[in-house]
Design a binder for this molecule. Sequence first.
Ligand code: NAD
Length: 355
Amino acid sequence: MREFEYQALPGRVVFGAGAARTRLAAEVERLGASRVLLVAGERDAALVRELVAPFADRVAGTFSGIRQHVPLAVAEQARGLAGSVAADAVLSVGGGSTTGTAKAIALSTGLPVIAVPTTYSGSEVTPIWGLTENDRKTTGTDPVVLPRSVVYDPELTVSLPADLSAASGLNAMAHCVEAFWAPRRNPISALIAEEGIRALASGLPGVVADGGDLDGRAELLYGSYLAGAALAVAGTGLHHKICHVLGGAYDLPHAQTHAVMLPHVLAFNAPGAPDAARRIGRALGAADDPAGALHALASRLPVPRSLRELGLRDDRLDDAAALIHGIVPADNPTPVDAASLRALLQAAWTGAPLD
Ligand code: NAD
């Protein structure tokens, strides 16, 4: 018998090539904002000047001190600026680190956020915030940080280099795949995730071959929106736990660690979740071999294929397995014990598919 809970999230999405240039002013107007704090890295300074030109009289200040994983000190500087310019809204333009900074402001001030993402992190449609203090990342969920409005413009992602596009796209793929066995999974998030996998798999090869492929860029950005939406509703599971430990304890890069681990976690969990595996495989164009299809896709992309390539020493694998074992989700579809977890990490370390 079908039984589920589904908590729909609010939030408005505007999607289209050129939308950041033509439709952002209307989103600011919808909020009735007259003192907007811009949050954008130095890299995007010229772009942002152009985007806000139609409503420059409503811009009260700019915060550009973006740092990965939002150190608390950075969040406090940004919050201080929001207060000193009497901001009544925050507009972020950038990747997950920039969106995360805007969310940190919203968390303590309640200010509404408009997000214009330039990567495939999906953070802009989740109520999840993250802050780092003394090398420890804390995350939480609060509806106040969920952007009120998101403007997706594939043109803004054309500058994302092939390697970052691939790693970020596979990070989005991980949100979709894990949505099938995450704690709050439900039929709606599965629908969203399946379409997200299809869109990401169809967009990635073309974008890597030609960064200016706007149709491919649109597929990837659409897929990353769906990935964020699936993550926001369903949550995360074993794969994200593994990546969190590897990133936190061994300083491995965020998106690349996702890219390496995902085919291995999928191979590990597929036998315990046959319906999910069939749907994931169907979206990847190979219903009977989802992990093989994901390995094949990743092998065509400029992403590292092993934990060894990411610089993890093999004498760390025992410790890593022990750390992860302590936080394995209780209802992971394939039972996890110390030996199977160690074998999973070994496979990801060498890059060889699990037997
Ligand atoms: P990022 O924002 O750190 O960006 C990576 C690099 O790409 C940066 O150097 C940035 O300047 C550059 N960049 C961004 N857009 C570009 C573009 N269009 N062209 C050229 N360069 C560009 O990385 P990310 O992968 O977008 O985000 C990662 C962060 O987001 C992590 O901290 C992760 O934990 C967080 N995240 C949060 C959620 C959530 O729901 N809260 C979800 C996913 C990721």
